[in-house]
Structure formats: structure tokens, C-alpha cells
Design a protein around this ligand. Structure first.
Ligand code: NAD
Length: 490
């Protein structure tokens, strides 16, 4: 049944002012929600209301422990509705229920973590170099914008909302057009937890309209963006016009390295999880597996056995490991990449097509796909596919391996499978990526900063210092001299 979604704009639950549109369940193409897109006028109303609300005593005068209390209540609110939120997110983007449950749990944990960080974060007295005291304090930046993609909404939105609220900012959200629900639900939970009206608004709709207006709005002091690199670059250009700070969490083409001495059972499990969980719709998907030539055949044999055993199917089924892709358009794009890989000389070892029959014929499903025989320079090995497609590449020499891994515009994440801790350190230090996983993959912790290098982004989210991204630093000098400044009396 289609549900009509209202959104929260400038402290009021209402329809946005733009045209009505609907969202679809990727598993069977049915319509799940209808809502109105926001307009440029809605953006202005939300930002003006946020600017007003953040200056009111009900928000501006809260002590850090009081804001922390609100964040704890948001975490509790998410947990109280955990199963419902997980099911709603499944309907939005078709992720398997086991994954959406984990994302909801991680969102609650993010608020809990930033509550603790907020309450314990200290401003500093800096060493004085004369008869004065010097202090460095952090003030909230003001109204900040958040723009998020469709692949892990509640987690990416929590990663932005929690530190922004902890810092004392107000936040206007632009979730992905096709996955608006989690931001709307988070706004509801935040309101119930005591966040004053106006501090959070959610504006669904097109990036080129709503996102663009948000970035350009003169009162927006920062943009926290997660999404594709080309959109991120456009945002950075606009941000430069007003010297606005941004954090940009962008695309990836992450290499996973299997060394000759790796525990192959662990490596196979990690590579499978790294690329095929979330149907490969993950910025950190390990889409290039470099396997040492001496273990290549054995690794390939075990990997293919593992791929065959993956449970592709209904995202509502707890046992499903891979659900559908987010929509038919995205599946067509994945298919074009696989065709390109074949054209470039790749051999499809598994998948390379849609599964057939029943639900598979109604949803946007695609089989996990493994391709070998391509050089790292092939377009399929260079560009982000954002789907369940793994390129398998043998390697012989460490220096050449590192050159190939780093020969990519992206630098988000990488993985190394080895029993040799010195090799892990040496290789990990040489990889130009924001995260390196050693004998594991795709582990995430809110206490550890996350972000990319090169065209995978700038800035970091998560970690204690994540709050500081939403603050500006101010220095105070307190004069302690008994006599007037000497210059005045000279
Ligand atoms: P996208 O860049 O198309 O869209 C992301 C968001 O930006 C959406 O809300 C969209 O509406 C908005 N947007 C689009 N054009 C805009 C514009 N001109 N101005 C302002 N906003 C605009 O990305 P997507 O297809 O939703 O998501 C997939 C991409 O996100 C992949 O490249 C993936 O790697 C990346 N991603 C990165 C991370 C990370 O943490 N590094 C995490 C998840 C996804």
C-alpha cells in the first residue's frame, strides 16, 4: 500500500511545495510512498527558520550536557523503533533486512557516541607568552546543509546529524530523491527527543534543484555531502565562491590485496563480503581483487564456490545476502559496465546476467559477477560501477602491485590479506587510501574517522573530532597586566 509522506520544513509537518512523486520498492517495482518534492522557496524557508531557531535560547543556551541528553534520547528513539525503521529502509532501497537492521543499530550508536563526545569535549587554555591568558573555544558554525545518497540513508544521515546537533548547529537535509524516508523519520525522532522546531528540516527532491539551492544559500555555513565524485566536485566549486567548508565523502574503486601467505578462507570470505554485500552498492566496495599469482588459481576456485553459494533474493528474507539493485536504471548501468569489461577482453567467471523467475523478473536483480583477464588500466577496472562486479587480477611483484593499486583517481579504502604484519604495515602505508583494512574488510566504527583521499573526498566524518567539523574556532586573549599597555603610555 502506498503511504503518503509529509515532511518537516521550518518546524511544520507538511507537504513540500513542488510536484508530487513516488518511490518504488526495488524488489518488485511496487510503489511504496508518495510525497512532494521541495522547491527553492522551501529551501529558503527552511534555512531562514533554522537560522532563527538556532539563535533562540531554547537551543543557543543549552549546555553541552543538555544537548548530549537530547542526543541520548534520539539514540533511544531510534532503538525503540528499530525494527520498524529497518523495514522502512528495506522498502526504500531494497537492502536485505539483515543489513538495514545493522544500519539502524549503527545510527543509534552514532548518536550515543556523539552524545558522549559532546559532553566531554573540552575547549583549551593555550600557553600564554606574556601577561595574558589565551583560550581557544569552538562555536557552532550555524546552519549547515547535509546532502546524502540512497545506499545507506539512516547511517549517512546520522553521521551528519549527530555531530551537527552536538556542536549546536541547525541542519537542513537533502536526502536522495528516491530514499527520503529515513531523514524524515530521524527528524520526527529528533523532534520527540526535544530538538526545538526549526532546527532540523528535511527537503526531499532533485539534487540539481534542492541540493543546488541549499549549497548556494548565503546562510548555509557548511555542506556535509556524501555521493558521487562529479556532484561533489560541483559542490566544492560552489563552496569556494563563499569560502564555505565542506566534507565530501565520494566514490571509490577500492583494491583488496591477497598475499601469497594469506589465510585463504579468511581472504575469500572478506573479498566476498567486501564486494557483494549491499549488492556492491557501497562506496567502499572492494571491486578490484589483486591476488598473488602463486595462490591465484586456488583463491579463484574457492571464491567461485563462495559466489555460487551466495543467497540472492527477497530482501525481506533474513537469510538473503544480496537483494536487488536500487532500480532498473542503475541495473542497466551495471550491465553496461559488464558488457564493456567483456569488450575490453574480460572473461566472466560467474554472473554477468540477471537471475530469472518469480520475484527476480519483477525487481532490479543482478547476479554477483566475477571477471578476470582485464588489466588494471581497463575502464572497467578504473571506474566506479557501484554494483556487484569484481575484477580479479593476479600480481607478482610488490612494487608493481602498489603502482597498480594506486593507479586510480579514487582513494577511499583498501584491504590486505596476509599473515606477515610487517608486509601489512609496509603495503598499508604505501596505499593511497583513507582506510586500510588488514585481515578484515568493511568494518566500521563511529569512533574511528572515515573519509577519502584523491577524488574520494576531503574531510572526515566520525571520530571524536567529528564534532569540530561543525564548529569554528575562536581565540580569546585575557589581559592580566597591572599597568596599561606600554605603547599607550610611551
Ligand atoms: P549522487 O552524487 O548522484 O547523489 C548524492 C546526493 O547528491 C543526492 O541527494 C542527490 O540528489 C544530490 N545531488 C545531485 N546533484 C546535485 C547537485 N547538483 N547539487 C547538490 N546536490 C546534488 O550519488 P548517488 O547516486 O545518490 O550515490 C552513489 C554515489 O555515492 C557513489 O559514487 C558512491 O560511491 C557515493 N557514496 C560515497 C560514500 C562515502 O562515504 N564516501 C558513501 C556512500 C555513497
Amino acid at each position: 500500500m502506498t503511504q503518503h509522506l509529509q515532511t518537516f520544513i521550518a518546524g511544520r509537518w507538511r507537504d513540500a511545495s513542488g510536484p508530487q512523486y513516488s518511490t518504488e520498492y526495488p524488489a518488485d517495482g511496487s510503489t511504496v510512498a508518495s510525497l512532494h518534492a521541495a522547491t527553492v522557496a522551501d529551501v529558503d524557508e527552511a534555512v531562514q527558520a533554522a537560522e532563527h531557531a538556532r539563535l533562540q535560547p531554547s537551543w543557543a543556551n543549552l549546555k553541552r550536557h543538555e544537548r548530549a541528553g537530547i542526543l541520548h534520547r534520539i539514540a533511544a528513539g531510534i532503538r525503540a523503533r528499530g525494527e520498524e525503521l529497518a523495514q522502512l529502509q528495506r522498502l526504500d532501497n531494497g537492502k536485505p533486512i539483515s543489513e538495514t537492521r545493522a544500519l539502524v543499530a549503527s545510527a543509534a550508536g552514532t548518536f550515543q557516541f556523539f552524545a558522549a563526545a559532546c559532553e566531554t569535549w573540552e575547549d583549551t587554555l593555550t600557553p600564554a607568552r606574556g601577561d595574558y591568558l589565551t583560550m581557544s573555544v569552538h562555536e557552532p558554525l550555524g546552519v549547515v546543509g547535509a546532502i546524502t545518497p540512497w545506499n545507506s540513508p539512516i547511517a549517512s544521515e546520522a553521521q551528519k546529524m549527530a555531530p551537527a546537533l552536538a556542536a549546536g548547529c541547525a541542519m537542513v537535509f537533502k536526502p536522495a530523491e528516491i530514499t527520503p524516508r529515513m531523514a524524515i523519520e530521524l527528524a520526527k525522532i529528533a523532534q520527540q527527543a526535544g530538538v526545538p522546531d526549526g532546527i532540523i528540516s528535511v527537503l526531499p527532491g532533485k539534487g540539481s534543484v534542492v541540493g543546488d539551492a541549499l549549497v548556494k544559500h548565503p546562510l548555509i555555513q557548511r555542506i556535509a555531502f556524501t555521493g558521487g565524485t562529479s556532484v561533489g566536485l560541483g559542490i566544492q566549486r560552489l563552496a569556494a565562491e563563499k569560502l564555505m567548508p565542506t566534507s565530501l565523502e565520494l566514490g571509490g574503486k577500492s583494491p583488496t590485496i591477497v598475499c601469497a601467505d594469506a589465510d585463504l578462507d579468511h581472504a575469500v570470505a572478506g573479498v566476498l563480503f567486501g564486494i557483494f554485500s549491499s549488492s556492491g552498492e557501497s562506496c567502499i566496495a572492494g571491486s578490484r581483487a589483486f591476488v598473488h599469482a602463486s595462490v591465484y588459481d586456488e583463491f579463484k576456485r574457492r571464491l567461485l564456490a563462495g559466489v555460487q553459494a551466495l543467497r540472492v533474493g527477497d530482501p525481506a528474507d533474513e537469510r538473503t545476502q544480496m537483494g536487488p539493485l536500487v532500480n532498473l536504471g542503475h541495473r542497466a548501468s551495471v550491465e553496461r559496465y559488464v558488457a564493456l569489461g567483456v569488450q575490453e577482453g574480460g572473461r566472466v567467471l560467474f554472473g554477468g546476467k540477471r537471475p530469472e523467475g518469480g520475484l527476480f523478473d519483477r525487481g532490479s536483480y543482478y547476479l554477483p559477477t566475477v571477471i578476470e583477464g582485464l588489466p588494471n588500466t581497463a575502464q572497467m577496472c578504473q571506474e566506479e560501477i557501484f554494483g556487484p562486479v569484481l575484477a580479479l587480477l593476479p600480481w607478482h611483484d610488490e612494487a608493481d602491485l602498489l603502482a597498480q593499486c594506486n593507479d586510480n583517481v579514487y582513494g577511499l579504502a583498501s584491504g590486505i590479506w596476509t599473515r606477515d604484519y610487517k608486509a601489512a604495515w609496509r603495503i598499508g602505508s604505501a596505499l593511497k587510501t583513507g582506510t586500510v583494512w588488514i585481515n578484515t574488510y568493511k568494518l566500521f566504527s563511529v569512533s574511528t574517522p572515515f573519509g577519502g583521499v584523491k577524488l574520494s573526498g576531503t574531510g572526515r566524518e566520525k571520530g571524536r573530532l567529528g564534532i569540530l567539523e561543525y564548529t569554528s574556532q575562536k581565540s580569546f586573549y585575557w589581559g592580566l597586566n597591572e599597568n596599561p599597555l606600554p605603547w599607550a603610555g610611551a
